[in-house]
Design a protein. Structure first.
Length: 227
Protein backbone atom coordinates (compact mmCIF):
# COMPACT_ATOMS: atom_id res chain seq x y z
CA UNK A 1 0.00 0.00 0.00
CA UNK A 2 1.81 3.02 -1.21
CA UNK A 3 1.15 6.45 0.26
CA UNK A 4 -0.90 7.36 -2.80
CA UNK A 5 -3.42 4.64 -1.95
CA UNK A 6 -4.03 6.11 1.51
CA UNK A 7 -4.14 9.71 0.33
CA UNK A 8 -6.86 8.67 -2.08
CA UNK A 9 -8.78 6.80 0.62
CA UNK A 10 -8.86 9.98 2.69
CA UNK A 11 -9.79 12.12 -0.31
CA UNK A 12 -12.70 9.81 -1.10
CA UNK A 13 -13.64 9.53 2.56
CA UNK A 14 -13.24 5.74 2.41
CA UNK A 15 -12.15 5.48 6.01
CA UNK A 16 -14.04 2.48 7.34
CA UNK A 17 -11.07 1.85 9.66
CA UNK A 18 -11.82 5.02 11.61
CA UNK A 19 -13.58 4.38 14.91
CA UNK A 20 -15.94 6.93 16.40
CA UNK A 21 -15.20 5.60 19.86
CA UNK A 22 -11.96 4.96 21.67
CA UNK A 23 -10.63 1.49 20.92
CA UNK A 24 -11.75 -0.97 23.60
CA UNK A 25 -8.48 -2.93 23.46
CA UNK A 26 -6.58 0.24 24.18
CA UNK A 27 -8.76 0.96 27.20
CA UNK A 28 -8.58 -2.60 28.44
CA UNK A 29 -4.91 -3.35 27.93
CA UNK A 30 -2.99 -0.09 28.01
CA UNK A 31 -2.55 -0.47 31.77
CA UNK A 32 -0.54 -3.69 31.17
CA UNK A 33 2.20 -1.54 29.68
CA UNK A 34 2.86 -0.08 33.14
CA UNK A 35 4.23 3.13 31.72
CA UNK A 36 4.83 6.06 33.99
CA UNK A 37 2.24 8.81 33.63
CA UNK A 38 3.67 11.70 31.71
CA UNK A 39 5.81 9.51 29.47
CA UNK A 40 5.68 9.71 25.68
CA UNK A 41 3.53 7.39 23.56
CA UNK A 42 4.16 6.97 19.85
CA UNK A 43 1.21 6.19 17.57
CA UNK A 44 2.44 5.30 14.07
CA UNK A 45 0.01 5.82 11.17
CA UNK A 46 -2.46 7.40 13.53
CA UNK A 47 -5.17 8.61 11.14
CA UNK A 48 -7.54 10.83 13.07
CA UNK A 49 -7.99 8.32 15.83
CA UNK A 50 -9.69 9.35 19.04
CA UNK A 51 -7.24 7.02 20.77
CA UNK A 52 -4.72 9.87 20.63
CA UNK A 53 -6.98 11.96 22.83
CA UNK A 54 -7.68 9.10 25.21
CA UNK A 55 -3.95 8.56 25.71
CA UNK A 56 -3.51 12.24 26.42
CA UNK A 57 -6.40 12.16 28.89
CA UNK A 58 -4.55 9.37 30.74
CA UNK A 59 -1.74 11.89 31.31
CA UNK A 60 0.60 10.69 28.59
CA UNK A 61 2.27 12.87 26.01
CA UNK A 62 1.45 11.68 22.52
CA UNK A 63 3.35 11.65 19.26
CA UNK A 64 1.39 10.59 16.18
CA UNK A 65 2.62 10.20 12.62
CA UNK A 66 0.23 10.36 9.71
CA UNK A 67 0.79 10.90 6.01
CA UNK A 68 -2.57 12.39 5.05
CA UNK A 69 -3.09 16.12 5.31
CA UNK A 70 -6.86 15.55 5.31
CA UNK A 71 -6.58 13.19 8.28
CA UNK A 72 -4.42 15.58 10.28
CA UNK A 73 -6.58 18.58 9.49
CA UNK A 74 -9.82 16.74 10.28
CA UNK A 75 -8.42 15.43 13.55
CA UNK A 76 -7.66 18.92 14.76
CA UNK A 77 -10.85 20.51 13.42
CA UNK A 78 -13.16 17.78 14.77
CA UNK A 79 -11.58 17.95 18.20
CA UNK A 80 -11.37 21.75 18.29
CA UNK A 81 -7.62 21.77 18.66
CA UNK A 82 -5.66 24.79 17.53
CA UNK A 83 -2.11 23.56 17.03
CA UNK A 84 1.01 25.47 16.12
CA UNK A 85 2.14 24.22 12.73
CA UNK A 86 5.78 24.34 11.69
CA UNK A 87 8.16 22.41 9.46
CA UNK A 88 10.34 19.89 11.29
CA UNK A 89 12.85 17.87 9.33
CA UNK A 90 10.93 16.39 6.42
CA UNK A 91 7.63 16.66 8.37
CA UNK A 92 4.99 19.20 9.11
CA UNK A 93 4.71 19.34 12.87
CA UNK A 94 1.29 20.05 14.44
CA UNK A 95 1.78 20.83 18.10
CA UNK A 96 -0.93 21.08 20.75
CA UNK A 97 -0.67 20.63 24.48
CA UNK A 98 1.11 17.24 25.03
CA UNK A 99 0.04 16.14 21.57
CA UNK A 100 2.26 16.33 18.51
CA UNK A 101 1.33 15.01 15.09
CA UNK A 102 4.07 14.76 12.50
CA UNK A 103 2.51 14.83 9.08
CA UNK A 104 4.62 12.77 6.76
CA UNK A 105 5.92 9.31 6.01
CA UNK A 106 6.53 6.98 8.95
CA UNK A 107 9.44 5.50 6.99
CA UNK A 108 11.15 8.92 7.06
CA UNK A 109 11.18 9.10 10.87
CA UNK A 110 14.58 9.21 12.47
CA UNK A 111 15.74 8.02 15.87
CA UNK A 112 15.97 11.64 17.01
CA UNK A 113 12.21 12.05 16.39
CA UNK A 114 11.36 9.24 18.83
CA UNK A 115 14.18 9.52 21.38
CA UNK A 116 11.95 9.74 24.44
CA UNK A 117 9.26 7.29 23.40
CA UNK A 118 8.33 4.95 26.26
CA UNK A 119 5.43 3.15 24.60
CA UNK A 120 4.04 2.45 21.15
CA UNK A 121 0.39 1.87 20.30
CA UNK A 122 -0.10 0.10 16.98
CA UNK A 123 -3.73 -0.33 15.99
CA UNK A 124 -4.43 -0.80 12.27
CA UNK A 125 -0.88 0.17 11.31
CA UNK A 126 1.02 -3.10 10.86
CA UNK A 127 -2.14 -4.71 9.51
CA UNK A 128 -2.63 -1.81 7.08
CA UNK A 129 0.52 -2.90 5.26
CA UNK A 130 0.78 -5.67 2.66
CA UNK A 131 3.14 -8.57 3.37
CA UNK A 132 6.02 -7.12 1.37
CA UNK A 133 6.08 -3.91 3.44
CA UNK A 134 5.72 -5.31 6.93
CA UNK A 135 9.32 -6.35 7.54
CA UNK A 136 10.49 -2.92 6.34
CA UNK A 137 8.02 -1.25 8.69
CA UNK A 138 8.91 -3.24 11.80
CA UNK A 139 12.62 -3.17 10.88
CA UNK A 140 12.43 0.60 10.66
CA UNK A 141 10.63 0.91 14.00
CA UNK A 142 13.15 -1.37 15.67
CA UNK A 143 16.01 0.63 14.19
CA UNK A 144 14.80 3.99 15.54
CA UNK A 145 12.95 3.20 18.78
CA UNK A 146 14.71 3.27 22.12
CA UNK A 147 15.12 -0.29 23.41
CA UNK A 148 13.20 0.72 26.53
CA UNK A 149 10.01 1.31 24.50
CA UNK A 150 7.23 -1.23 25.00
CA UNK A 151 4.66 -1.91 22.28
CA UNK A 152 0.93 -2.64 22.42
CA UNK A 153 0.04 -4.25 19.10
CA UNK A 154 -3.49 -4.97 17.88
CA UNK A 155 -3.92 -7.34 14.93
CA UNK A 156 -6.60 -9.17 12.99
CA UNK A 157 -6.44 -12.74 11.71
CA UNK A 158 -8.66 -14.21 9.03
CA UNK A 159 -8.35 -16.35 5.93
CA UNK A 160 -6.59 -13.99 3.55
CA UNK A 161 -8.16 -15.69 0.53
CA UNK A 162 -11.63 -14.64 1.77
CA UNK A 163 -10.92 -10.91 1.60
CA UNK A 164 -8.43 -8.53 0.10
CA UNK A 165 -6.69 -6.25 2.56
CA UNK A 166 -6.30 -3.75 3.99
CA UNK A 167 -6.75 -4.60 6.74
CA UNK A 168 -4.54 -7.62 6.17
CA UNK A 169 -4.49 -10.77 8.20
CA UNK A 170 -1.28 -10.86 10.22
CA UNK A 171 -0.91 -14.19 11.95
CA UNK A 172 0.74 -14.71 15.27
CA UNK A 173 3.66 -16.62 13.68
CA UNK A 174 4.37 -13.57 11.57
CA UNK A 175 4.25 -11.23 14.57
CA UNK A 176 6.70 -13.52 16.31
CA UNK A 177 8.86 -13.69 13.18
CA UNK A 178 8.95 -9.90 12.81
CA UNK A 179 9.58 -8.99 16.43
CA UNK A 180 10.53 -12.18 18.25
CA UNK A 181 14.31 -11.97 17.85
CA UNK A 182 14.48 -8.81 19.85
CA UNK A 183 11.21 -8.64 21.78
CA UNK A 184 9.47 -10.80 24.31
CA UNK A 185 5.94 -11.17 23.03
CA UNK A 186 2.98 -11.85 25.27
CA UNK A 187 -0.46 -12.34 23.79
CA UNK A 188 -2.93 -10.51 26.00
CA UNK A 189 -6.11 -11.29 24.14
CA UNK A 190 -7.48 -13.50 21.37
CA UNK A 191 -11.17 -13.02 20.58
CA UNK A 192 -13.69 -13.86 17.90
CA UNK A 193 -14.54 -10.42 16.53
CA UNK A 194 -16.52 -11.37 13.43
CA UNK A 195 -19.88 -10.23 14.77
CA UNK A 196 -18.40 -6.97 15.94
CA UNK A 197 -17.23 -6.29 12.36
CA UNK A 198 -20.26 -6.79 10.11
CA UNK A 199 -18.58 -4.94 7.21
CA UNK A 200 -15.98 -7.72 6.98
CA UNK A 201 -18.59 -10.46 7.41
CA UNK A 202 -20.48 -8.85 4.51
CA UNK A 203 -17.33 -9.08 2.41
CA UNK A 204 -17.27 -12.84 2.92
CA UNK A 205 -15.21 -13.49 6.02
CA UNK A 206 -16.16 -16.64 7.89
CA UNK A 207 -13.65 -16.20 10.72
CA UNK A 208 -12.11 -13.14 12.27
CA UNK A 209 -9.96 -13.03 15.37
CA UNK A 210 -8.66 -9.93 17.05
CA UNK A 211 -5.43 -10.31 18.97
CA UNK A 212 -3.58 -7.98 21.27
CA UNK A 213 0.10 -8.35 22.11
CA UNK A 214 2.44 -6.75 24.56
CA UNK A 215 6.03 -6.52 23.37
CA UNK A 216 9.03 -5.75 25.51
CA UNK A 217 12.65 -5.61 24.44
CA UNK A 218 14.58 -8.67 25.55
CA UNK A 219 17.24 -7.92 28.07
CA UNK A 220 20.66 -8.31 26.54
CA UNK A 221 22.18 -11.52 27.74
CA UNK A 222 25.28 -10.78 29.75
CA UNK A 223 28.20 -12.53 28.07
CA UNK A 224 29.83 -15.13 30.34
CA UNK A 225 33.00 -13.98 32.09
CA UNK A 226 36.04 -15.13 30.24
CA UNK A 227 38.94 -16.22 32.38
C1 LIG B 1 -5.84 1.70 8.56
S1 LIG B 1 -5.51 3.38 8.90
C2 LIG B 1 -5.38 3.33 10.68
C3 LIG B 1 -5.40 4.68 11.32
C4 LIG B 1 -5.35 4.66 12.84
N1 LIG B 1 -4.26 3.87 13.35
C5 LIG B 1 -6.66 4.20 13.43
O1 LIG B 1 -6.66 3.31 14.27
O2 LIG B 1 -7.72 4.76 13.07
C6 LIG B 1 -3.84 3.54 8.37
C7 LIG B 1 -3.37 4.97 8.38
O3 LIG B 1 -1.99 5.02 8.04
C8 LIG B 1 -1.76 6.15 7.23
N2 LIG B 1 -0.52 5.86 6.48
C9 LIG B 1 -0.37 4.98 5.48
N3 LIG B 1 0.90 4.92 5.06
C10 LIG B 1 1.59 5.80 5.84
C11 LIG B 1 2.95 6.19 5.92
N4 LIG B 1 3.86 5.66 5.09
N5 LIG B 1 3.32 7.10 6.83
C12 LIG B 1 2.40 7.63 7.68
N6 LIG B 1 1.09 7.31 7.66
C13 LIG B 1 0.68 6.39 6.76
C14 LIG B 1 -3.00 6.25 6.38
O4 LIG B 1 -3.19 7.53 5.83
C15 LIG B 1 -4.08 5.86 7.38
O5 LIG B 1 -4.61 6.98 8.03
Amino acid sequence: MKAEFWLQRWQQNQIGFHQREVNTNLQEFWGSMELPRGSLVFVPMCGKSRDLLWLREQDFSVLGVEISQIAVQSFHAENRLYPKIAPRGGFECWDSDRLRILRGDVFALKAEDVTNVAGVYDRASLIALPPNMRADYTGHLLAILPTTAKILLVTLEYLQEEMQGPPFSVREEEVRGLYGDRYEIKRLSDKDVLNANPRFRDQGLTHLRGKVYYLRYRRQLTPPNRT
